[in-house]
Structures are given as C-alpha cells and as structure tokens.
Design a protein around this ligand. Structure first.
Ligand code: CO
Length: 693
C-alpha cells in the first residue's frame, strides 16, 4: 500500500470522476444472502430485494451473492417462496453484475452429503437459472467433496471459487492443525483443481488482522489465482482484518450495505470505499449511489425486518466468539435451543462442553453443517448425559460423521466415540475412507417416484431431495394441494405500521379497554358448549342475562350435517344465538340449569396413524408408556407403525432439532399402541409422540 491521496479532491462531488486506481480492490456484496442470513435469520423476501436491485447493479460489484447457504432452506420452509424463482426474478434486475452463490460442495445446500446425481443436477439447474460464481466449500475442508460439483461447474462454463474454511484451535493462527502450512497446502490443492479464485472463509470472524496479513501475503506468493476474503464482523476485528488483507494484496473482499452490516454480519462497504479513496486500491465506487441504496433499504425494507434483529445487547460485538470460536449463527441457534427447552441457564456448561465435543469429532471447522452437528451434540450431552455415561443421545449426523460420510476430519475422531456411535449403525461398524459420494446411492429416481402425481419438474425434485419433509409441504402449497398458512405470508409496510401502532398503544396501556365492572355471577341460564376448531377443543360457557337463548332458527334434523353428532357442535361462538341441539322453546324452563358438559370425546379409532395431538395425547397416555419428546423439534418420520412390536432401545421416531436428527428409542418393550403425530408436525418438549403398551 502506498501513494495515499494521489488525487486531490475538494468536495464529495469531485469523487465521481476520479481516475481509476492501478489495482482497484474488487468487492462482492453479500447483502442479499449472508447479510440478511446473519442479521435477520435469512428471512429476506425477493420482493424486498427488487427495490434496490437495479441500483446495486450500477455500483460495479465484482459479484452479488444472492443465493445458497440457508436461503434455499428458509425460503421454502418459512417464506413459501420457490428458491429457484428467486434467481430468475433477480436476474431480470441485475443485468451486469455476476451472481454468486454459496455451495456446500457435496452438501449442496443441505446438511449432509448427497448423492452425485443430486449434486450434479443441482449445479446444472443453478447455472441454467443464472448463477455465475459458485463459491464452494466443505465443512471439513475435504476437497474430495468438491469433485462432483466442480466437474459440473466447469462443464457449465461457470466460475469455480474454492473455499478454505478458516478455523483455529488456539486464539491465533498456528498450532498443530490450523497453521500457515495448512492453508498454503489447501490453496495448492485448490490450484490443482483449477479453481478460478480462492476464498478464505472466516465464518466466525476469528481472523486477526496480522494473521490476515501473514496469510494473504503467503497465499499471494504461493499462487496467481485471485484471493478473496470473507470475514464476519462478529468479534469486531473484521474491518481491521480487511485493511491488513488489502495491504497484503488481497484481490476481492466481501462486504454488506451498511444497514445489513456489522453484528454477526460483515463490515460495511461504505467505510472501506472511503478508506481506499484516492489510493492505488481505490474501488472506484460512487459513495453517493451507495448512500441512496441504503436510504431505500432503511425506509422501505428494513422496517419489515427489524423485529428479527437481536437487539438484546447494546454492544454490536460478540466477545464470546473470541473465547469459544463459535460462528454467530451457531451461537444464536444454541441459545434458542436452550431457551425452548427451558435450559438457558446451562449455556456456560454448553460453552465448556463445546471444545471437548469438537475435539472428539476430529477438531473440525465450525461452519454449516458441522457447527450444527457439534452444537446439537453439545446440547444433547449437557442435557442428557449423566455421571455414568457420556454421549447418551448421539444424533444421526454425528453417527454419519463417525462413519466418514462427511469426509476426512482434520485429526482422527476419538476412537471411543466412533465405536459407540457406530454400534448398530445402519451402514456398518467399519468407517469408510473413500470419497463419501462414492457410497451414497443415487437419490433422484426415488424422489421422482415419491412426487408422482404432484410434479415432474426437476427443480421441485431437487428441492424435495434436499428437504424431504419441508420440501414436500412446500410443494403441496405450490400446487394448491394445501392452503398456505398465514404465518408464511409476506408482511407489508402497512402491516408493520399497524403492528407498531398496536405496540405503542400497548406500551401506553391503551390496548385493552379495561373492564372495571365486577365479573358477574354465572346465572342459572349458563349453558356450556363444546367447541371444536381444527380438532382443538374448547369449552365455552354462554350466559344470556335475560334468560335462555331464543331459538331463531332450528335446523331440521334431516338437513343437519352428519358430522354434528352429539357433543360436536359447530363452532359458532361469535353469535350469542347458538343453535342448540335440542330445540328450546323461548323462555321455557326446560333447559337444565348448569348442565354437565358432555365428556371430552375420545378420539375415534380411525385407521390413520396420525391423529391430532391435542385430543389424543391425554386420552392415550393412560394405556401405556409414553415416549415423550425430549426437546422441541419436528417429526421427520416414525420408524414403527401402530401394532408393531418394539424392544426397549429400538428407534421409534426420528425428531429433527436444530436441523439435526435424533432417533428416539423406545423407553420400554411392547407394542406401539398409538402414534400421535405425522411427518412434518412440530412438537414441543414433553409432547407424547407415541404410546407403547
Ligand atoms: Co458467511
């Protein structure tokens, strides 16, 4: 770095026509992917990207990251958006700037290694839809997991950016595992794979500025391939790290628009543009144009999302990341998981256990999906282990990792843990050493069969393969087979305004008109009704102060729908004039005073295995031993059916929590008497999943 302020400028207006720098720093913008993923739980909707898309296209970014990572997951799971459609839509607005995506190698955009046919088809479809740069990483830095996707990326004529996940076992770069030699060797490996650029992916913001200088300088001396730095702000070091990397000759840097920057996201672009202005690394960007983009984001977009921002702390820097080396997203996952289980007070135990679990699992870098694998297993250990046994509940993903299905770990996995994890493991006791893709059976043909009658579109089939449970749900919405839940629908600025007004009124104590009248005594005319709303049961008492309700309309019995059997009154609670089952003559004293409500109906013993939980759990609990959910999560599948014999310890149901699957064992031997949920259902801690009698 030299020659500061070659160009003399008097005012901000002079900057626009400044001469081009000798070696301008290239910038990739992450606002539309990592930015909202880091700050707003990836909830950004396509419609909220469109207002700034054309303006962003004018800036001169080297690339805009718009896809991959958690976007694919969140879009179909929470936003009812087709992820494939997002690229096509945004491509209409970004006419010049290349699109970039984060690809998890053989993990594609999911949480495990998929078969080669899936990985190949995914890349081809992404390229066809307009993806230009494939930033490819593997959570174990096992580049054998790149082989299939890289061949596809190259075949499509696209840019292969090879990532090295930046990890540490000590506070600074060095030590036995993640030292300078490690990274140099990895860069050489990527060069051999014909990488078009190399990215150092510092997902947790662990890279210290002077380590960045040393590392980038060494990489620049090792290879001619452009070096790209991705460093999260989380620990607060990233702006300094960026500057030292620029001084060491880094070619490309990742930033966000300022309103999507900092906290667990990335440094903002604007200060960097200003810092380099007039130097030989000047980005050449128009800072006023950047300000305009931020203006739109602040006014038109962010009001819809700021409720998602974790503002529980005043500080925007997370010191814990320097102590525990956990990526920001992983930390918030851990906290959420513990909170849902009423165990937030055990966070310090989790922090203490985490490095142990990581070491047992081969000192792997912590990035999706390994951050979830290590994180969930750590939570399981803290909550379920006792003094006699460690690793009492091992997730399916830890078993896969021990088998070698994710690839080769940085150091060997603890032999003791490996042996325990692979006891009864479906693929066998002996771990593999080959490329994981070699042992994973093709998956697309089966998915095609599963979706027969619903869709034959390859994009749908890939989505379903990556996310069988939530993907299927999404496709049911997409093809109108099921109504879209309101919770998945977009919020408008109007909605936000209304919500804010409500909150303001609530804060001012004006939300509820407080009824100062004393609660009246129940009269002799009080009548109770059982009301069923979507299988939920409510007991409602209706009291007419002036006597029993007047029958204004009595439905002739012949026309009454058959479903209106005894005790199943249709939910018409809005009207005080409830149509009673037995016609009541006006003012007649025939209504018994305070009638005993009919008992809660027992669930009909229908043939379907899955029954609504609310009405079955309590009734069925009496008949055997319940298998309760040890944690909140989503039912992936039941391994058994009603009537099946099980032995104590047999896996009965697979529960997904924090994206990891836990096979829950039968607490006793016996017969499955009842199954209370179905695949895709969400359950809370202690919900009765099934009954064994
Ligand atoms: Co990132």
């Amino acid at each position: 770095m030299s020659d500061h302020f070659k160009v003399k400028m008097k005012s901000i207006d002079d900057y626009e026509n400044r001469p081009k720098a000798e070696n301008p720093l290239k910038i990739q913008d992450l606002t539309l992917r990592d930015g909202h993923q880091s700050l707003f739980a990836t909830r950004g909707r396509t419609e909220d990207m469109i207002p700034v898309a054309e303006m962003m296209d004018e800036i001169g970014f080297w690339g805009v990251e718009v896809w991959g990572g958690a976007t694919f997951d969140t879009m179909h799971r929470f936003l009812n958006e087709d992820p494939w459609q997002r690229i096509r839509t945004l491509k209409r607005y970004f006419k010049k700037t290349p699109f970039s995506m984060l690809l998890r190698g053989q993990n594609v955009v999911g949480y495990r290694n998929y078969a080669d046919d899936v990985a190949k088809a995914f890349v081809e479809k992404a390229a066809e839809n307009g993806m230009d740069i494939f930033r490819t990483f593997d959570a174990l830095n096992d580049f054998r997991n790149f082989e299939t996707v890289v061949a596809a990326i190259k075949d499509c004529g696209k840019h292969f950016q090879g990532c090295i996940c930046y990890s540490l076992t000590e506070p600074r770069m060095g030590g036995d595992v993640y030292n300078l030699d490690y990274y140099i060797q990895k860069a050489k490996d990527l060069e051999k794979m014909s990488a078009d650029s190399i990215c150092i992916k510092d997902m947790a913001g662990l890279m210290a500025p002077y380590d960045a200088f040393e590392l980038i300088k060494a990489l620049k001396e090792t290879t001619d391939i452009p070096i790209h730095l991705h460093s999260h702000f989380t620990s607060g070091m990233a702006p300094m790290t960026h500057l030292k990397a620029v001084e060491a000759g880094v070619d490309i840097i990742d930033t966000c628009m300022s309103s999507y920057a900092y906290r667990t996201s990335h440094p903002a672009v604007e200060p960097l543009v200003m810092t380099l202005l007039g130097t030989n690394r000047d980005t050449g960007f128009d800072i006023k144009a950047l300000a305009e983009i931020n203006n739109v984001l602040e006014k038109e977009v962010l009001p819809k999302y700021k409720y998602l921002l974790d503002d529980s702390k005043v500080s925007i820097i997370d010191i814990n990341v320097l102590l525990h080396q956990t990526p920001g997203g992983m930390l918030s996952n851990l906290v959420n998981q513990l909170r849902e289980m009423d165990a937030l007070d055990r966070i310090d135990e989790v922090y203490a256990e985490l490095p142990k679990v990581r070491k047992d699992l081969g000192q792997i870098p912590l990035v999706t999906p390994t951050s979830q694998i290590v994180g969930t297993q750590t939570v399981n250990n803290v909550l379920f282990d006792d003094e006699n046994e460690n690793y009492k509940m091992i997730t399916a993903q830890v078993k896969d990792l021990c088998y070698g299905l994710y690839g080769k770990t940085a150091v060997p996995i603890s032999a003791k843990l490996q042996k325990k994890a692979l006891k009864g493991y479906e693929r066998g006791k002996k771990p593999i050493t080959c490329r994981p893709g070699e042992v994973i059976e093709p998956e697309l043909e089966k998915a095609k069969k599963d979706l027969k009658g619903l869709t034959t579109d390859l994009e749908d089939i890939i989505l379903y393969t990556l996310y069988p449970v939530t993907g299927k749900k999404f496709l049911m919405y997409k093809y109108g087979r099921e109504p879209v839940p309101d919770s998945m629908k977009a919020k408008t600025l109007e909605d936000v305004k209304k919500e804010e007004e409500l909150i303001a009124r609530a804060k001012a104590g004006k939300l509820v008109e407080k009824n100062n009248e004393a609660v009246p005594e129940k009269s002799e005319h009080t009548r109770s009704f059982n009301v069923f709303v979507d299988n939920e049961f409510f007991k409602v008492s209706v009291d007419e102060p002036d006597g029993p309700p007047v029958v204004t309309y009595a439905q002739p019995p012949a026309a009454a729908p058959t479903a209106m059997s005894h005790g199943q009154l249709q939910p018409v609670v809005q009207s005080p004039v409830v149509v009673p089952q037995t016609p009541v003559v006006s003012a007649a004293p025939s209504v018994p005073s305070a009638p005993t409500p009919p008992p809660v109906p027992k669930p009909s013993s229908s043939k379907t295995e899955s029954k609504p939980a609310a009405s079955t759990a309590s009734a069925a609990e009496a008949d055997g031993t319940p298998l309760k959910a040890p944690m909140p999560g989503m039912i992936v599948r039941y391994e058994k059916e009603v009537g099946d014999l099980v032995s104590e310890g047999d896996a009965v149901v697979v529960l997904e929590a924090m994206k990891m699957e836990n096979a829950l064992p039968a607490p006793v031997s016996g017969t499955i008497k009842a199954i209370n949920y179905k695949s895709g259902d969400s359950v809370s801690k202690n919900d009765v999943l099934c009954i064994i009698g």
